[in-house]
Design a protein around this ligand. Structure first.
Ligand SMILES: [Zn+2]
Length: 141
């Protein structure tokens, strides 16, 4: 699913499903899925309407949740759009601050493979967590 640009939504406006979908350049079906998932709406002139403010709130909560729910033992798979445990619990550790000077010192890059789609998954961590990471995964450096 494409990333939703919340700046296109005015908090004080109300939108029909179709208007909202057009504004965000996503399908009405994607909006219906959000409604089913708990996005608040109200009926007006026989059509469902969504308040801009409530939509923004809903999306923001979603984003926070998505972040929090990933456990130390999990990665976020960008292809599956889901959290996954690495294939065979194998994780490659790279000292990222050595290769990329822009990142903070002690930043490490963890690479693993998604067990479902077999694409690579990435996650940043910190050298202070290396022992914990090593106890959780089969690591390669
Ligand atoms: Zn995947």
């Amino acid at each position: 699913m494409a990333r939703i640009n919340l700046r296109k939504i005015s908090p004080t406006k109300r939108y029909t499903v179709r208007e909202l979908a057009n504004k965000l350049n996503i399908t009405p079906r994607a909006i219906y899925l959000k409604l089913k998932d708990g996005l608040p709406s109200f009926p007006m002139k026989k059509k469902l309407h969504i308040l801009g403010e409530e939509f923004i709130e809903y999306e923001k909560t979603k984003r926070v949740k998505r972040k929090q729910y990933i456990k130390e033992s999990e990665f976020w798979c960008c292809s599956c759009k889901n959290k996954r445990e690495p294939l065979n619990k194998e994780v490659k550790i790279e000292d990222f601050s050595q290769t990329n000077k822009k990142v903070q010192k002690n930043t490490i890059l963890l690479t693993s493979v998604c067990p479902v789609c077999k694409n690579q998954m990435f996650k940043f961590s910190n050298t202070s967590k290396i022992e914990e990471i090593k106890s959780m995964f089969k690591t390669k450096e």
